[in-house]
Design a binder for this molecule. Structure first.
Ligand SMILES: Nc1ncnc2c1ncn2[C@@H]1O[C@H](COP(=O)(O)OP(=O)(O)O)[C@@H](O)[C@H]1O
Ligand SMILES: [Mg+2]
Length: 150
């Protein structure tokens, strides 16, 4: 059970907490772990009352990529010393869709993620990425609430 665990992260406290839960599960089930941070490589702007997408400039993209690498490294530290395979990567596109594509293509058996992220809209029960993943994923999902300790 839970042979392959996917941890989508935006570097938020909740996502880091989710990674700690994922580590506990990976130890118990000898799972392979993959960490992913998705860079949304476009802006959506309202133009003439129609949404329009604008490509992100290269310099901003570089900042997003170096920030993304830091997020991956910080998350990977949580798994240091784990016996099984741990990988970390950047992906590009709409985060929720990118996570679902990975899960389907690479046959993950569990997703562990936070219920909220960096947006800070605290009235929402689930953020837009966790909502999308919960709606479309075909494998079990563990959604972690809270940003404290386990
Ligand atoms: N860009 C991203 N790449 C990978 N995972 C993400 C990304 N953004 C959010 N997540 C995951 O989704 C969870 C919920 O975040 P999100 O739905 O974006 O909420 P919020 O609207 O509060 O930012 C995070 O804890 C994290 O696990
Ligand atoms: Mg977010």
């Amino acid at each position: 059970m839970y042979e392959k665990i996917l941890i989508p992260t935006d570097g938020s406290d909740t996502a880091l907490l989710a990674a700690k839960y994922a580590r506990a599960l990976a130890e118990k089930f000898d799972s392979e772990v993959a960490i992913v941070h998705v860079i949304q490589n476009y802006y959506t702007l309202p133009a003439f009352s129609m949404p329009d997408t604008v490509t992100i400039p290269a310099s901003v993209m570089q900042d997003l990529e170096s920030n993304g690498q830091l997020i991956l490294e910080k998350t990977k530290e949580i798994f240091s010393g784990l016996a099984g395979k741990v990988s970390a990567r950047l992906e590009y596109g709409p985060p929720g869709k990118a996570v679902i594509d990975i899960v389907e293509e690479e046959k993950f058996s569990l997703i562990v993620m936070g219920h909220r992220g960096l947006s800070g809209v605290s009235e929402m029960l689930l953020g837009s990425v966790s909502r999308h993943v919960l709606h479309y994923a075909s494998c079990p999902i563990l959604i972690i609430k809270g940003d404290g300790t386990m």
